[in-house]
Ligand binder design. Structure first.
Ligand SMILES: NC(=O)c1ccc[n+]([C@@H]2O[C@H](COP(=O)([O-])OP(=O)(O)OC[C@H]3O[C@@H](n4cnc5c(N)ncnc54)[C@H](O)[C@@H]3O)[C@@H](O)[C@H]2O)c1
Ligand SMILES: O=c1ccn([C@@H]2O[C@H](COP(=O)(O)OP(=O)(O)O[C@H]3O[C@H](CO)[C@@H](O)[C@H](O)[C@H]3O)[C@@H](O)[C@H]2O)c(=O)[nH]1
Length: 340
């Protein structure tokens, strides 16, 4: 029996695949490889395909005995979602609809879904609990909330059980040194600051220093990608063992401002780089900090890498050793490394 990982060639998906390999699972990956990186997939069977492609999904479910799905594929950039809302609804909501149709047709009834802190919008209290008000401030969060609601109703009608993981800001890279974050273009704060440290970009911009926070910049809760991957194993095992559906925050219950993150990057790398204040980015809430108590209690999740400095050091190690990511001229080096 195999686990289907949708978006398994992406940043977080590739770390989930690595964790499944350690658990000796049979793995099938579907990724449309526009963003996904072939060399990020350390094992399993890879289908280069789109979730919106019914024929492709049917083929995958026919060719493999799938017992559970881990669904990470999405368009997931807050800023972009504000200018391309139709594409976000199409790729995220319609893609998930196709996936659930295929699961229903092929009698697969367990799914772990990547949701986001962006479903909450401006939180009513900090730390945020799962039942708190959800009024997304951006189209991206809105599409994820729509999918969460879809999962709820599909379970009622068709018995497909789910674990929804609402990640906060995922950071860092795998300890094995083989996989990490490689987006093109990069939009996330930590890798961008590291690129500035490496001299690959002129500076790093702080999007707004006039928020009501201690230094005026936005606060986020960072969580290590390996701790996130570990949560997926716990979630899928719980569903397979007859556990019920659930919705969980995935964060460290500690927030850091953009300025603090940039200072940490300077400290960890030992490198100075220019920092500029820019205007606020559309769709950004001021503060997002998780209460992860529920997943600790119910799924026994215990993050092992919660210090910001260690997360930045882990990201730094990846970027320092792979300054061009996976596939921009260093494929051979990468292949040698992965074989050794
Ligand atoms: N990175 C974060 O901090 C963060 C935080 C909260 C939630 N999330 C969620 O986690 C998931 C993974 O995020 P990531 O940072 O690894 O993103 P990513 O872009 O690196 O990975 C997503 C992968 O999905 C694939 N994909 C997208 N649409 C597809 C489609 N229609 N068919 C097949 N493949 C498709 C992409 O090619 C990519 O490889 C996303 O669902 C995202 O919304 C991420
Ligand atoms: O050049 C930059 C990039 C980002 N930021 C700020 O840094 C913070 C973090 O931004 P980023 O790293 O882009 O992450 P988010 O926009 O917070 O979104 C991430 O975290 C969300 C959960 O909180 C997920 O839903 C998203 O998928 C994921 O991309 C935000 O306040 C940004 O405004 C800057 O100031 N300058």
């Amino acid at each position: 029996m195999a686990i289907l990982v949708c978006g398994g060639a992406g940043y977080i998906g590739s770390h989930v695949v690595a964790a499944l390999i350690e658990q000796h699972e049979e793995i099938v990956v579907i990724d449309r490889m526009a963003v996904g990186r072939q060399y990020a997939v350390l094992g399993g069977k890879l289908y280069n395909g789109d979730l919106n492609d019914r024929v492709m999904l049917d083929k995958i479910f026919k060719e493999n005995e799938i017992e559970a799905v881990i669904h990470l594929s999405a368009s997931s950039l807050v800023g972009e979602s504000m200018t391309q809302p139709l594409e976000y609804y199409r790729n995220n909501v319609e893609g998930t609809l196709r996936l659930l149709e295929a699961m229903h047709k092929h009698c697969v009834d367990n799914i772990v879904f990547s949701s986001t802190a962006a479903v909450y919008g401006d939180p009513e209290r900090i730390p945020i609990r799962e039942d708190d008000r959800k009024i997304p401030r951006n189209t991206y969060g809105e599409t994820k909330l729509a999918i969460e609601r879809m999962l709820h109703w599909v379970e009622q009608a068709h018995g497909i059980k789910y674990v929804i993981l609402r990640y906060f800001n995922v950071a860092g890279a795998h300890d094995n040194g083989l996989i990490g974050e490689d987006h093109d273009p990069e939009t996330h704060l930590i890798p961008l600051a590291i690129q500035a440290a490496l001299g690959q970009r002129e500076n790093i911009m702080i999007f707004g220093d006039d928020y009501s926070t201690k230094d005026g910049s936005c606060i986020r809760d960072y969580v290590h990608v390996m701790d996130v991957a570990e949560a997926h194993l716990l979630a899928v095992n719980s569903l397979r063992n007859g556990g019920r559906s659930g919705v969980y925050n995935l964060g460290n219950s500690e927030g850091f401002t953009v300025k603090e993150v940039i200072e940490t990057v300077k400290k960890v790398t030992g490198l100075a780089f220019p920092v500029q204040i820019a205007s606020r980015r559309q769709g950004d809430p001021a503060v997002l900090i998780a209460s992860p108590e529920l997943i600790k209690d119910e799924l026994n999740w215990s993050p092992k890498r919660s210090s910001l400095e260690k997360m930045v050091a882990s990201a730094w190690e990846w970027h320092r050793t792979h300054p061009n990511g996976y596939a921009k001229g260093n494929e051979e080096t990468w292949q040698k490394e992965s074989q050794s």
